[in-house]
Write a protein that binds this ligand. Structure first.
Ligand code: S3P
Length: 174
């Protein structure tokens, strides 16, 4: 397919898991932006945060996204913060069909409570702090996510339903 699809949304929304399974259904190559950065730089995301700081990570993230979007045929899952820094969202809007995988705050908090250790921004938070972090960060980030071409708001979203919604949208705009 001669297009790119970019999945945006908060950490814990399932962008990578859903994207990996939806991509082949659409004839697209799946790319996880965090994984792509880790391969390219030979540092894990937590290492990039702890050794160089968040701003350096954001610059790497933007550069990697720009590089990837020079090619077509990919379904790219980007990290929760990626669309909200520099000119990333305008770039995503220009070079892809963007999809906001929107989950309720409650589901996000529950999911992150089980996987926070893998994520540098939530690793040290207590349950109460995590709840506050999700609430406050989501408020700040939602205006970026909400610009996506397609918003899918379903706590029980499956890869098949995601692929179907993307296919419909691509057909409608072609
Ligand atoms: C981040 C989300 C992570 C990763 C990094 C920062 C964020 O990706 O890019 O830890 O700022 O929300 P996921 O959205 O896949 O967790």
């Amino acid at each position: 397919m001669e297009t790119n699809v970019v999945l945006v949304g908060f950490s814990g929304a399932g962008k990578s898991t859903l994207g990996k399974q939806a991509a082949p259904l659409l004839g697209l190559r799946f790319v996880d932006l965090d994984h792509y950065i880790e391969q390219k730089l030979q540092y894990s995301v937590p290492q990039l945060f702890s050794q160089f700081g968040e701003l350096v990570f954001r610059k790497c993230e933007y550069d990697a996204l720009q590089e990837l979007l020079e090619e077509d045929g990919q379904l790219i899952a980007v990290g929760g913060g990626a669309p909200c820094y520099a000119q990333a969202m305008p770039l995503i809007l220009e070079r892809s069909l963007s999809v906001y995988v929107k989950l309720s705050e409650e589901v996000l908090v529950n999911r992150l409570a089980h996987s926070k250790k893998r994520r540098p921004l939530t690793v040290d938070l207590s349950d109460d702090e995590l709840r506050r972090y999700v609430h406050e960060t989501l408020q700040r980030r939602a205006p970026y996510y909400e610009q996506a071409h397609l918003i899918i708001e379903r706590d029980d979203l499956t890869p098949e339903a995601l692929a179907e919604a993307i296919r419909k949208r691509l057909n409608a705009s072609s």
